[in-house]
Design a protein. Structure first.
Length: 257
């Protein structure tokens, strides 16, 4: 990863490691049981979970598979997650790893997952290439992440909002951009779903911001947006403050050709 972006990611997630373990959005997402439903994992499967964060995907898949390798760039985040999971989930191994330069041999895994993380990666093409490289032929790649609309103005608004809220944010891609990257790495989409995900705004913004000034900048960015933008992102305002906002999240399952 780009060194400056990498430093910001390590700093942000290291400081907030416990928050990502306990975050309702990450820990109790409606997508977690769907991951099992889509992947149909078997007891012989070896899984790689990239940028595991609080370990929620690793924990979800652990009872159904042979072994899970939970990787993350941030040592403090990974150590905190291991403390939470080690006693109960004996088949999860924790490995410090860069999503864009994975320390695994070609064709190692039956399944590769990555959830709510790729928008932090400065080189999403390298991430996709690596995910495909370490997959066995016919293996499954499942990704979940926030995505921007195809409309340039809406996309710019969302990425600016995310960066103001979280300085480790790099860029959310559109669905079409992801599809081009998958195709170029030999990953064939088998199913996907695009849905709106609503955040209770105060908790969402306070998890990653470091000052009242930074929080205010996020609020101002949203409140000063035009009505079309506010409508698309389903901005709710009460007493001149933002109470909730909805963004697009894409869940996609691919197979390696």
């Amino acid at each position: 990863m780009n060194d400056e972006v990498k430093r910001k990611v390590i700093d942000q997630f290291g400081k907030n490691a416990e928050k990502y373990v306990t975050s309702e959005t990450h820990a109790k997402g409606e997508d977690l049981p769907v991951i099992v439903e889509w992947l149909k994992p078997s007891k012989k499967d070896v899984v790689l979970d990239i940028a595991t964060g609080g370990g929620h995907v690793a924990k979800t898949l652990s009872p159904f598979v042979s072994r899970v390798f939970a990787t993350d760039l941030t040592k403090d985040m990974l150590s905190n997650t291991a403390r939470h999971l080690n006693d109960t989930y004996k088949n999860i191994s924790f490995v410090i790893a860069d999503a864009e330069e994975l320390p695994f041999l070609d064709g190692t895994f039956d399944v590769v997952t990555c959830r709510i993380a790729p928008h932090h990666f400065p080189k999403p093409d390298a991430f996709v290439h690596e995910a495909a490289r370490v997959l066995k032929p016919g293996g499954a790649f499942l990704m979940i992440d926030n995505v921007v609309p195809e409309d340039h103005q809406l996309a710019e608004f969302m990425n600016t909002m995310e960066h103001l809220r979280d300085t480790s944010h790099n860029r959310c891609l559109s669905v079409n951009e992801w599809r081009m990257l998958f195709s170029s790495s030999g990953l064939e989409e088998s199913q996907s779903i695009l849905r709106k995900k609503t955040y209770t705004f105060p908790a969402w913004v306070e998890r990653t911001t470091e000052s009242e000034e930074q929080i205010r900048s996020v609020y101002d960015h949203i409140l000063h947006a035009n009505k079309d933008i506010q409508s698309y992102f389903q901005v709710k305002v009460e007493d001149d403050t933002v109470t909730s906002v909805s963004i697009d999240e894409w869940m996609v399952l691919c197979r390696k050709k």
